[in-house]
Ligand binder design. Structure first.
Ligand code: ADP
Ligand code: ASP
Ligand code: MG
Length: 439
C-alpha cells in the first residue's frame, strides 16, 4: 500500500477543536499513516505562537537562572488543548517533566523544540497513533546539515512497525547529542524528511490557506490559487518570502520525485496546490506563476570606470564581505557598476564600516554608496523566458504605480526577475505586479 505523509502546521494545531479536524482528515484516508506536527500557532490575530512563548521562556531562564512563571502560558495552552479534546492523558506530569528538563538542559533549541514535542504527544493520543520522538530519528551532522542517510534509515525503521505514527516537526538531534532545531518554519522540512524516508506517494502539507497563492494574501485580497507549480518555481518563491512552505523543504523530496500538495485543514475539500518535479510538471500556460518578496536589505553600490576589465575586481569585493562573515544575496552588475545586495540583519554598523573600508582599500572605486531599507520582489514563472515583452509589462506596471525601481536582477535561470524598491513601496509594488499579470 502506498503511504502519505501529512504535516500539520501551527494553525492546524492551535486548539483542541482544530486537532479534531486533523483527526477527521487522517481518518478519512487510510494511506495517511504518518503525521508530522508543528507547535500550536495563533488562534486569532494578536495571539502568541507557542514557539514564540518558548523563546521568551529561554530568555527568562538565561537572565534569571530559572523559568519563574514564564512557562505558565505554555502550560495553559496545552492543558486547555487536552481538555478540549476530552483526552484521558496526564498532561500535567508531561508538562512538569518538560519544565524540569528545560531548566536542566538550558538550551535555546531544546526549549523551542518543546512546542512540537508536546503537540505531537497530544496528537498521537488523539489519533490513537504511536509517538515517535524526532530526537531519536532525525540527526544532524557536525556542520549543522541533516545527516540524511542515517536519518532516513532511522525514521523508516521506527515508523514502519507502526500502523500510524505522529512525529514532532522542527527538531532532531545534533552531532553533540543535544536537541537541535531547523530554522523557523522548519516543521515543513521535517515533513519532507519523513516523506522521503518512507518513500511516500505524496507529501501533504496542511495549513490555513487553500494552496500556494500567486501572492501573499496579507497584501492582496483573495489572490488566485496556483494550481500546480514546479519545485524550482516554488523554491524561488518560498525563498523570496512566500513562507507558506519552508524553502528548504523541497530538497529531501526532490531526489525521490515525491510531489508535495498544499492543503487547507479548514477546507479539506479544496483542491490545493500540487508541487511537482520538472519531469512531471506541465506548465499551465501562464507567463508568471507568482510574486513574492522580502523587506530589509542593504545595497552596497560600487562604481569604477573599466571595472569589468580589471582582473579579480569582483573577487576582491566579495572577499571584503566574506571576511566579515556576511553572505551576499544578489550581485547585479553593469559595465562600470556593481551592487551587493545583503540582508540588513547581517550588517551591524561596524561590519558595514569595515566592509566599506576594505573595498575602498582593495579596489579603489570611483564611488561607493550605501542604500538602506530596500525590499526585494521576485516575479517568478517558467513562462517568462519564452514570452516576449514580460519585463516591459513588469516595469511599466511598477512605473504606473509610481514606484521607483532601485535595482534589477534577472536570474540566470530566466524564470525570475527581481526588483529592489524602497521598503515603503513594497506592498504597492506587489499589488501592481499582481494586477498586471493576474487580473
Ligand atoms: P503553518 O503554520 O501551517 O506552517 P504558515 O503560517 O507557515 O502556516 O504559512 C501559511 C501562511 O503563509 C498563510 O496563512 C499566508 O498568510 C502566508 N503566505 C504568504 N505568502 C503566501 C502565498 N504566496 N500563498 C499562500 N500563503 C502565503
Ligand atoms: N514552531 C516552529 C516555528 O514557529 C516550527 C514550525 O512551525 O514549522 O518556527
Ligand atoms: Mg509554516
Amino acid at each position: 500500500m502506498s503511504v502519505k505523509v501529512c504535516k500539520f502546521g501551527g494553525t492546524s494545531m492551535a486548539d483542541g477543536n482544530v486537532i479534531k479536524r486533523v483527526k477527521a482528515i487522517t481518518d478519512d484516508d487510510e494511506e495517511r499513516k504518518f503525521v508530522v506536527v508543528s507547535a500550536p500557532g495563533k488562534r486569532y490575530s494578536g495571539d502568541i505562537k507557542v514557539t514564540d512563548m518558548l523563546y521568551e521562556c529561554h530568555k527568562k531562564l538565561m537572565s534569571e537562572g530559572s523559568l519563574g512563571d514564564s512557562f505558565a502560558a505554555v502550560r495553559d495552552r496545552f492543558t486547555s488543548i487536552v481538555k478540549e479534546l476530552g483526552l484521558d492523558f496526564d498532561i500535567k506530569s508531561v508538562l512538569d517533566e518538560t519544565e524540569r528538563r528545560i531548566e536542566r538542559e538550558c538550551s535555546e533549541d531544546f526549549t523551542a523544540s518543546r512546542g512540537e514535542y508536546l503537540s505531537a504527544r497530544i496528537t498521537a493520543k488523539a489519533l490513537g497513533a504511536e509517538f515517535v520522538d524526532a530526537e531519536d530519528v532525525i540527526f544532524f551532522k557536525e556542520d549543522g546539515s541533516l545527516d540524511s542517510a542515517r536519518t532516513y534509515k532511522a525514521v523508516d525503521d521506527a515508523v514502519c512497525k507502526c500502523a500510524r505514527a505522529v512525529l514532532p516537526g522542527f527538531y532532531g538531534k545534533g552531532a553533540d547529542g543535544k536537541v537541535k532545531t531547523f530554522s523557523r518554519g522548519g516543521s515543513d522540512i521535517s515533513g519532507a524528511v519523513v516523506a522521503r524516508a518512507v518513500n511516500a506517494s505524496v507529501y501533504e502539507n496542511w495549513t490555513d490557506v487553500s494552496g500556494f497563492l500567486a501572492c501573499d494574501p496579507r497584501i492582496v485580497d483573495n489572490p488566485k490559487r496556483i494550481k500546480r507549480i514546479s519545485y524550482k518555481e516554488l523554491r524561488e518563491l518560498s525563498y523570496m518570502g512566500a513562507n507558506v512552505l519552508h524553502s528548504d523543504s523541497i530538497f529531501p523530496v526532490r531526489k525521490a520525485n515525491i510531489p508535495i500538495v498544499i492543503k487547507n485543514t479548514f477546507r479539506p475539500e479544496d483542491e490545493g496546490t500540487e508541487i511537482l518535479p520538472s519531469s512531471r510538471y506541465t506548465p499551465l500556460g501562464n507567463v508568471v506563476t507568482g510574486v513574492a518578496g522580502k523587506k530589509n536589505f542593504t545595497v552596497i553600490f560600487i562604481e569604477k570606470s573599466h571595472m569589468n576589465s580589471e582582473i579579480g575586481f569582483i573577487g576582491k569585493v566579495l572577499c571584503a564581505v566574506a571576511a566579515e562573515g556576511v553572505s551576499v544575496e544578489h550581485i547585479p552588475s553593469g559595465i562600470d557598476t556593481m551592487s551587493l545586495v545583503i540582508e540588513s540583519c547581517q550588517l551591524t554598523d561596524s561590519k558595514l564600516g569595515k566592509i566599506t573600508e576594505d573595498i575602498k582599500e582593495s579596489v579603489n572605486p570611483d564611488l561607493i554608496r550605501i542604500i538602506e531599507n530596500i525590499a526585494l520582489i521576485a516575479t517568478v514563472g517558467h513562462g517568462m523566458s519564452s514570452s516576449v515583452g514580460t519585463s516591459a509589462r513588469l516595469f511599466n506596471a511598477i512605473a504606473a504605480a509610481d514606484v521607483n525601481i532601485k535595482m534589477i536582477d534577472q536570474g540566470s535561470s530566466e524564470m525570475n526577475i527581481i526588483v529592489g524598491v524602497k521598503n515603503d513601496d513594497y506592498e504597492k509594488c506587489i499589488s501592481a505586479i499582481y494586477s498586471e499579470f493576474f487580473r
